[in-house]
Design a protein around this ligand. Sequence first.
Ligand SMILES: CC(C)(COP(=O)(O)OP(=O)(O)OC[C@H]1O[C@@H](n2cnc3c(N)ncnc32)[C@H](O)[C@@H]1OP(=O)(O)O)[C@@H](O)C(=O)NCCC(=O)NCCS
Length: 172
Amino acid sequence: MSLGTAGWQLRPASAADAADLEALEQKLFPQDAWSLEMILSEITHRTRSYWVATADDRVIGYAGVMVVAETADVQNIAVVPDYEGQGIGTALLSRLHQVAVERGAREVLLEVRVDNERAQRLYRRFGYADLAVRPRYYPGGVDALIMRAELAPPRKPTTTDLTSHMDEAREH
Ligand SMILES: CC(C)(COP(=O)(O)OP(=O)(O)OC[C@H]1O[C@@H](n2cnc3c(N)ncnc32)[C@H](O)[C@@H]1OP(=O)(O)O)[C@@H](O)C(=O)NCCC(=O)NCCS
């Protein structure tokens, strides 16, 4: 579990969070909210990793990633309006990237409404670039922008690291 700066925390989501996530889906994505069944199947699927942000034991944000082979997909990310702009979206996305790298992904993809500038700003800060447009993907005929970022593999010690470490050891 990690503690945020303003009294919120991140923890892995469990099936017990599904009802809270359903309520948030209805509130934040009224046009295409996920059903309880879909949320449960997402949270419990072995290729997924879902995280929630909580404040006073209340779920105030959530996000999930699918990792299959070397490609990760951000399935969803959302923060309740009262808690936006405090770094929770950033913390959730960082955690998804961390999990994706740990599971061997080398790239991460996502879809975002072309008119969702706030979310796109968050993604661009993480190195996402535009890949393609999927026309009329969302209800109401709104296009989806597909974005992609490369993930840095976990850093392994290089020969130079080992040599300089040996040099340091020699100096002592
Ligand atoms: C997109 C979304 C997840 C971002 O979440 P968030 O918690 O507000 O994100 P952050 O707080 O990490 O970053 C948002 C902004 O706050 C700023 N910020 C972050 N921490 C901050 C802090 N401690 N103090 C002040 N500002 C801060 C960031 O710099 C960022 O600024 P920018 O928008 O100009 O780039 C959220 O707006 C949301 O849920 N939107 C509705 C659902 C949605 O659209 N989801 C995406 C579907 S693809």
